[in-house]
Design a protein around this ligand. Structure first.
Ligand SMILES: C[S@@+](CC[C@H](N)C(=O)[O-])C[C@H]1O[C@@H](n2cnc3c(N)ncnc32)[C@H](O)[C@@H]1O
Length: 394
């Protein structure tokens, strides 16, 4: 799709409707950001996208065929990679409402400079340019091809922020300091480079995922030369993982669930992954560690394929030290059977996290906070001096 095609199409009413939808949903309150949403052609950044079909394969859709679908508050998958483990998602255009919510959460005044980690399509960079001006916007993506495409698309709409290809974990020292660093990918811990590159009083806003699915959006303020501190957002959000190399993915590991050498027990907890709720999972992952895999078992063994019509019989969890647990989905007298093997009893750790969460009064995300120094990331409940603290294992 060329730039002239893009502007020929009647897209403005769709963009205006999207802005209205976000305002009505409470995800957009700043009139100048609303103007940016109304004024940026999302389909110029997402000319095609992928949708998963009933058999699990991916079909490419042209945005021009259904413009209304592109101007909805949905994430759109825009880049895939084929790996030995199957097809993985390399990039997406984030839900517009999540982007506007994050931009507003920065509370950034005019003229402030910001670094986005995860350029992707460039759509968010376009919103940032419209809101803060192109000389204040810097964006980096680990995928050089995506950066080239985003640059071309932005330039086609006469926007010229600074775009760089590289590992955003290192920030952008040559353009620091920034008033804000906003990451649209998930990080396992806050990098020291980001702390150094944000001004005192400046903000880091990112999805912190200390293990798969375990964590959410956190907004941190730089309080000293080496410290940032802040709270998690009340509403759960999830981004794709930060990768240090183009096309990279989390290292996979396999654990043999040998039921002949297992301990058996029962549980009344919900065995559906990731177990009862995401706060319990978050608390459990402090003990489980970052290298966790989980899924469902189908009859006769094996992992359950995406979109399988075969009903699973059990859920399972494994960690890279060879520990595993498998929990039947059916229950008898309110109890599920649990098998556990390897050096650690993983299901007992999840049960412990569940008890802890109940004893703490079933806190939501906004009761948790994070303090990061050069050496350690510590999650706390309610207050940095709380007696309830959890160091993030790395
Ligand atoms: C959800 S997408 C970003 C969406 C984007 N902001 C937009 O408006 O389209 C996440 C992006 O993070 C990028 N990414 C992953 N690891 C990265 C890293 N180490 N540094 C910079 N970008 C990274 C991915 O390549 C992907 O494009």
């Amino acid at each position: 799709m060329t730039i002239s095609n893009i502007t020929d199409i009647e897209w403005s009413p769709h963009a205006a409707r999207l802005a209205d939808e976000l305002v009505a949903a409470g995800k957009l309150t700043d009139p100048r950001l609303a103007k940016a949403v109304q004024g940026v052609a999302r389909h110029a950044f997402v000319p095609t996208y992928y949708q998963q079909t009933a058999d699990g394969s991916w079909a490419e859709r042209a945005s021009i065929d259904d413009l209304a679908a592109v101007y909805t508050n949905s994430a759109l998958i825009t880049a895939l990679a084929t790996t030995p483990a199957g097809t993985t998602v390399l990039s997406s255009s984030t839900q517009p409402g999540l982007m506007t919510r994050m931009i507003e959460a920065l509370h950034l005044a005019d003229g402030k400079r910001l670094l986005e980690i995860g350029t992707g399509t460039g759509y968010n960079a376009a919103l940032l340019v419209r809101r803060f001006g192109e000389r204040n916007v810097f964006s980096i993506d680990v995928e050089p091809d995506l950066v080239d495409l985003a640059r071309t698309r932005l330039a086609g709409l006469d926007m010229h922020p600074t775009l760089i290809a590289g590992d955003g974990a290192a920030g952008l020292p040559e353009h620091a300091p920034f008033d804000a660093i906003i990451a649209t990918c998930a990080v396992p811990a806050i990098s020291a480079a980001w702390i150094e590159q944000v001004r005192p009083g400046g903000v880091i806003l990112t999805d912190l995922k200390i293990a798969p699915g375990a964590g959410s959006l956190v907004r941190l303020t730089r309080t000293t030369d080496t410290t940032v501190q802040g709270r998690f957002d009340a509403t759960y959000a999830a981004f794709m993982d930060l990768r240090h190399i183009p096309g990279g993915s989390r290292p996979a590991f396999a654990v043999d669930r040998d039921h002949n050498r297992a301990d058996y027990g029962t549980t009344s907890l919900d065995p559906n992954t990731p177990w009862t709720n995401l706060l319990v999972w978050f608390l459990a992952s402090f003990e489980l560690g970052p290298d966790i895999a989980y899924g469902y078992t189908i009859p006769h063994g094996g992992a359950i394929p995406a979109y399988s019509t075969t009903a699973p019989t059990a859920s399972w969890i494994a960690t890279s030290d060879g520990s595993w647990a498998e929990i039947t989905l059916v229950q008898q007298n309110g109890l599920h059977s649990v098998a556990e093997g390897g050096p650690r009893r993983l299901w007992q750790m999840i049960e412990h996290a569940h008890r802890q969460w109940v004893e703490l009064g079933q806190p939501g995300w906004d009761r948790f906070g994070l303090t990061v120094t050069r050496d350690v990331n510590i999650v706390w409940l309610d207050h940095p001096d709380s007696k309830h603290k959890w160091p993030v294992l790395r």
